[in-house]
Design a protein around this ligand. Structure first.
Ligand code: SF4
Length: 418
């Protein structure tokens, strides 16, 4: 697989890679277009259009009545609605979704009327900046739903959310989409003193506000650069299964879901002829057999434990350490066992023991390399950049990379629970 040749990145493009490199590959590297749109996305577009109209008129010194803004929403809905728009949860009809959109517009309008908390600079404004990564220039850009100036002179970056989840403040404080726009605004207007990031969760009538310090913004530039570097080095674009897969438009191509999608649309006759279906059914039978045998083995082990106890008692009562039978002999021996504290049984004691040994010359005799930990840290990229570089260097020079396939069977019930 070729690497990505992009020189332009938006926050949503970067987010797509973070959520799933394979989806990123389909969308931005192979540029596979999909006509499908979810009702959630369509509703969001219609609400955004209504707010665009609202602030356009306010910019001209006119306060449009709520009915006019609701009409703008409905016009956009009627013009764009198509039966191809995907509604996953069938308990809600298109009319229910439309009503929800109307409600979003109403909640926002009533909550912010007469819209004099700030002055709108632009709606749907493209903002961006250049970022150098390993000596090459990249353009980072996106669209701000609404850019405004607050009464205190601070820039405000407003974003409208129509989703059903109201995230905690900590999500707003760590979000990087609006923080990227913050960087862009400061580049375009270098005399900017302060920038507020504001998310309007219009279903809930609640706004979250956050700000970034200069140190956080500098760190963010470093994070973006590191992510671009990772994308550029990626040749595999491995699929990453998460709850977002339910909304992915590439399930029919994704190696994790393509066969399942094909099977879901097959007739019973076609199912019987499909080799994949046949093999999985055989695997299911083998798994059931294995479970049966494992249960049997556990039963045998329980019987053995009981017999062991009885034999120990017998040997003690008769003062012997070997008991003879027709088929053989059982010997009973005794030896000292040492049980050290463990992470689960006694974490403080374990920590104290490790502290003491680390400080003693004995440490180099009893400590050993934790290769699994090294590899986990390297793969999850969970360490600071300097440590990560050391880990990358050690892995690249000492670890032999081989492709190994594992086959794991899951019952439908487990898949649904996932
Ligand atoms: S279905 Fe999931 S794993 Fe597959 S490409 Fe889409 S998001 Fe990635």
């Amino acid at each position: 697989m070729e690497s990505d040749s992009s020189t332009k990145f938006s926050p949503s493009k970067l987010n797509t890679y973070q959520d799933c490199p394979r989806r990123y590959r389909y969308r931005y590297v192979e540029k596979i277009k999909r006509g499908t749109q979810t009702v959630e996305a369509f509703l969001g577009t219609c609400v955004h259009t209504a707010f665009e109209k609202l602030y356009e008129q306010i910019g001209h010194g006119k306060l449009p009545p709520l009915e006019e803004i609701l009409r703008a929403f409905e016009d956009e809905w009627s013009a764009g609605w198509s039966p191809d728009i995907e509604i996953k949860d069938r308990s809600y009809a298109p009319e229910d979704w439309k009503e929800l959109g109307r409600e979003c517009v109403k909640i926002y309008y009533d909550g912010h009327k007469p819209f004099d908390e700030n002055r709108t600079v632009a709606v749907e404004k493209r903002v961006g900046f250049e970022l150098m990564v390993d000596g090459a220039p990249y353009r980072i850009e996106g669209f701000v739903d609404r850019l405004a100036l607050g009464k205190d002179g601070a820039f405000e970056i407003h974003d409208y959310k129509t989703g059903k989840t109201l995230p905690p403040q900590s999500d707003a404080d760590s979000d990087w989409q609006l923080a990227i726009y913050d960087l862009a605004v400061r580049r375009d207007w270098p005399d900017t003193k302060a920038v507020r990031l504001i998310w309007h969760y219009v279903r809930h009538g609640k706004s979250l506000v956050s700000t970034r310090t200069p140190e956080q913004l500098a760190a963010l530039e470093g994070e973006i650069a590191a992510l671009i570097r990772t994308i550029k080095q990626d040749h595999e674009f491995a699929p990453h299964k998460t709850a977002l897969c339910d909304w992915c438009e590439y399930r029919d191509l994704c190696p994790l879901f393509a066969h399942g999608e094909k099977v879901a649309s097959m007739s019973f006759e076609a199912l019987k002829k499909d080799d994949g279906v046949r093999l999985v059914d055989q695997m299911s039978a083998a798994e059931s057999k294995r479970k049966e045998l494992r249960d049997k083995l556990r039963e045998i082990e329980r019987d053995e434990d009981a017999l062991r106890d009885s034999l120990i008692r017998y040997a003690e009562q008769h003062g012997v350490s070997a008991v003879a039978g027709l088929e053989g002999e059982v010997s009973i021996t005794e030896k000292d066992e040492y049980h050290f504290p463990t992470k689960t049984s006694s974490p403080e004691a374990l920590e104290a023991l490790e502290r003491e040994l680390r400080a003693s010359p004995l440490w180099k005799e009893v400590s050993h390399l934790d290769a699994k930990r090294l590899l986990d840290g390297y793969k999850r990229k969970e360490w600071p950049e300097a440590l990560l570089k050391l880990a990358e260097d050690a892995v690249s020079r000492y670890a032999k990379r081989v492709k190994e396939k594992t086959v794991r069977f899951k019952r439908k019930k487990e898949i649904d629970e996932d």
